[in-house]
Design a protein around this ligand. Structure first.
Ligand SMILES: [Zn+2]
Length: 497
């Protein structure tokens, strides 16, 4: 909103309804920013609130048409904020128009190799809670290797969308994917629709475009939508902030905790929640973050370590040595992960593996996975949560990570904390420390807290990170750089509306 410097508000006053259009002359000749219908009373109150009456002498004598040009930034911002408030009220009504307060889950199988992929439907499942926002339904962010949209068939309106990434997309960049095909179970969730919808799945291409790969029509009244629950367990509260619709809801899932270790799981959750609440910028939002846990026991304690021939019977089937990297701990059993998470309303899934071994993994809008008892558990948790919650990329570049050509250096990566400098304006250029040269030399790290330091995203050349150091770069807890902090705050605001 701060980018709107010179704008125009047009108020059209037909007899039955009012349409407000906000246009900007800043980014293009006449870009329509907002168009909403509001009640005459709501608009009258709005107009009074921003003291438009003083500036508009013909009002209300000419109730059919009036047009004003404003150059007053403060006034513009007040009006825009008020309009956004009204738009928010409208959006809330949209939720009740299109959705029930519960979840529809679409399970599918993602199959392919390094250069091709295909989606195949598995099953549809009804889950009892909806933990997401009822206002922010269509995501404005272009993060993720994939996205899906839910379209109301009757009106052709997109009523829900979300970007995400998955283990499959990472596997496609490994050497193994050049030699063979593999399948990964994946799933997406959205509020349960009241009327028939079309779900469309898109891939983010290497050129940065969205390409539609798969569509599936859903009749919400179909008796094939499964209502049985495979993993029903009791839950407990770790941190209670408020209504799930206006809070970020994190669920901790236990992995490799036996029935007799559930008290340990509760204590681990309390300790981990404390790590998050004391880490900036999450510490500013403790009153807006609900955290719960699900008491789902495993038959055996620990996690699989294939490289050491350790195999454990656990509820979520997690394993170290993902892509043959010893510390990379993930699970591809997304059906069990979602089954267990569905015992509470949630936005974000965190899997706590009962182990002292160093390791973890985090995938955007998929899950964060980390161990409970490693000496770096505080760091690993918030680092992996940076991936899964805010879509942050790794800022390190000297590791054994096995990805090949993961970034196309001819375009900007979608991760908010990495840049190729191809279009730096679209990244954090407006946050750079004044006078900092771009790129920024490492020797100037104290002089320029925010610049563009070369090295990041597993590459030493061609990718740049915002600060010399950050929780997304090194083993450092409570050390998110200013750009990562802003990306996290933006996401917190998105989830808590
Ligand atoms: Zn950072």
């Amino acid at each position: 909103m701060s980018d709107v410097f010179c704008s125009e508000i047009i108020l059209l006053f037909p007899e039955k309804f009012l349409q407000v259009q906000v246009h900007s002359h800043f980014t293009s000749d006449n870009l329509l920013l907002l168009s909403i219908n509001v009640s005459p009373i709501a608009l009258l109150n709005l107009v009074k609130a921003v003291k438009m009456v003083q500036r508009q002498p013909e009002y209300p004598n000419n109730p059919y048409f009036c047009k004003q040009l404003f150059n007053n930034n403060m006034l513009m911002k007040s009006i825009l904020l008020s309009l956004m408030f009204i738009a928010t009220l409208n959006a809330s009504a949209q939720f009740d128009k299109f959705f029930y307060n519960k979840t529809l889950r679409l399970d599918y199988v993602h199959t392919g190799n390094a250069t091709s992929d295909a989606y195949a439907l598995d099953e549809l499942i009804e889950e009892p809670y909806w933990g997401g926002s009822k206002v922010n339904l269509v995501s404005p962010l272009d993060y993720g290797n994939y996205k899906f949209t839910v379209t109301d068939i009757e009106t052709g309106t997109i009523i829900y969308s979300r970007g995400y990434s998955s283990l499959f997309s990472e596997w496609q960049t490994t050497a193994e994917a050049k030699e063979t095909f593999r399948s990964y179970p994946e799933n997406v969730i959205f509020p349960f629709p009241k009327k028939p919808v079309m779900v469309d799945f898109y891939n983010h291409t290497r050129e940065g475009e969205w390409f539609k790969k798969f569509s599936y029509r859903i009749d919400p009244n179909s008796y094939f939508i499964k209502k049985e629950r495979r993993h029903e367990y009791p839950s407990f509260v770790v941190n209670k902030a408020g209504d799930p619709a206006v809070c970020l809801d994190i669920v901790f899932l236990p992995e490799g905790y036996t029935n007799t270790e559930m008290e340990k799981f509760k204590a681990d959750c309390a300790r981990l929640a404390d790590f998050l609440m004391k880490c900036a910028p999450f510490n500013e939002y403790s009153g807006k973050i609900n955290i719960s846990g699900v008491l789902a026991p495993s038959i055996e304690s620990g996690a699989d370590i294939p490289g050491e021939e350790v195999w454990k019977k656990t509820v979520l089937n997690s394993s170290f040595y993902t892509f043959d990297i010893d510390r990379y701990l993930t699970t591809s059993d997304m059906k069990s992960v979602r089954d267990v998470a569905a015992n509470v309303p949630y936005d974000q899934i965190c899997v706590v593996a009962n182990s002292q071994v160093y390791g973890g993994g985090g995938i955007y809008n998929h899950y964060a996975l980390f161990t409970s008892d490693n000496a770096y558990a505080n760091y690993v948790f918030v680092h992996e949560f940076g991936h899964s919650f805010a879509g942050l990329g790794d800022e390190y570049y000297n590791s054994e990570v096995a990805y090949e050509d993961i970034y196309n250096l001819k375009i900007e990566p979608w991760e908010p904390n990495l840049t190729t400098l191809v279009d730096f304006d679209s990244k954090w250029k407006n946050m750079v420390t004044p006078d900092a040269p771009i790129p920024t030399r490492e020797g100037d790290k104290n002089k320029y807290p925010v610049g563009a330091y070369e090295g990041g995203g597993y590459l030493t050349k061609g990718i740049f990170r915002p600060s010399y150091d950050c929780t997304m770069k090194s083993l450092s807890y409570n050390n998110f750089c200013p750009v990562c902090q802003k990306a996290i705050v933006d996401m917190l605001e998105y989830f808590t509306k």
